[in-house]
Design a protein around this ligand. Structure first.
Ligand code: IPD
Ligand code: CA
Ligand code: CA
Length: 269
């Protein structure tokens, strides 16, 4: 990535976010494909030493520059989500892919000021893909400006989705919405297993839309800004604003938002 290509006036937090993502990526690269211990946090939700050590690497980099900032991480770091300066981090998004040696996972880091995201980085260390976004300046993939798809019909796009870690009502609702999307003749449905990258794929125009009925803030904090700065729209699955807490999520290229919302909201419970 060439940060100079991302804009003239980058916030200083962007440099720290990039350094932290790089540090976590090095940790993940060391573990990927090796023999490490995997534990189950709750049904189907896995965690490994790679997740924990990558989170520690991120925290160390952020703390070096901003010792007083709050950090909300998935694994260990649980500071106040209402803090004035807040970092929301997922050290390894796509743990299930990682554990099964699928090279589609990412480090996700977002910086919020007074409850509003200012910049975000999503980094796939295997492909060396950098997705970056700065509020008011835009989104970039590997230094190139990113834009959502221009399609205005469901029949012209792929739609991404996720299932969270549920095999009950939420899974059934997701399957029902997926069936309706197929019946609306979308080009196809994708379930890639890394929500942060799914959001970036909306921002890059690969998907017309992406939804999941439950996500945590660390799954979407950076990707949400990436989509919005690329010209897209993000709401919850009832059309409301996203809180900085567990929520449903629908991201789209804007033009398709209402059409997908009509389907996903009907099945959401
Ligand atoms: C998960 C991934 C997955 C999504 C799950 C998330 P994790 O994050 O983003 O795509 O479907 O809801 O929890 O557990 O791999 O960090
Ligand atoms: Ca995650
Ligand atoms: Ca994670």
């Amino acid at each position: 990535m060439k940060p100079g290509e991302m804009g003239d006036d980058l916030p200083p937090e962007m440099e720290v976010a990039t350094a932290a993502a790089r540090a976590a990526g090095e940790v993940l690269g060391r573990f990927f494909g090796t023999d490490y211990t995997v534990r189950t946090k709750e049904s189907y939700n896995l965690v490994s030493d790679a997740d924990v050590q990558a989170e520690r690497a991120i925290v160390e980099v952020i703390r070096r520059t901003y010792p007083d900032h709050a950090i909300l991480g998935e694994e260990e770091q649980k500071d106040d989500a209402g803090a004035e300066h807040l970092w929301i981090i997922d050290p390894l998004d796509g743990t299930n892919n990682f554990v099964h040696a699928i090279p589609h996972f990412a480090v996700s880091i977002a910086y919020y000021h007074q409850g509003v995201s200012q910049c975000g980085v999503v980094f796939n260390p295997i492909r060396n893909d950098w997705y970056t976004a700065v509020r008011g300046q835009g989104s970039w993939v590997n230094g190139q400006q990113a834009h959502v798809a221009t399609a205005d019909k469901l029949t012209e796009v792929l739609v991404g989705l996720g299932f969270y870690y549920d095999r009950g009502a939420m899974m059934e609702a997701t399957l029902c919405a997926m069936r309706e999307l197929f019946q609306a003749h979308v080009h196809g449905i994708r379930r890639m297993g890394t929500a942060s990258l799914d959001l970036c794929q909306v921002g890059c125009g690969m998907y017309g839309a992406f939804f999941e009925y439950e996500l945590a803030p660390w799954d979407f904090a950076a990707g949400l800004l990436f989509v919005e700065e690329a010209g897209g729209r993000v709401t919850d699955c009832t059309g409301g604003d996203l809180p900085i807490e567990r929520t449903s999520l629908l991201a789209s290229n804007s033009k398709l938002h209402d059409a997908v919302l009509e389907i996903v909201s009907r099945h959401f419970r």
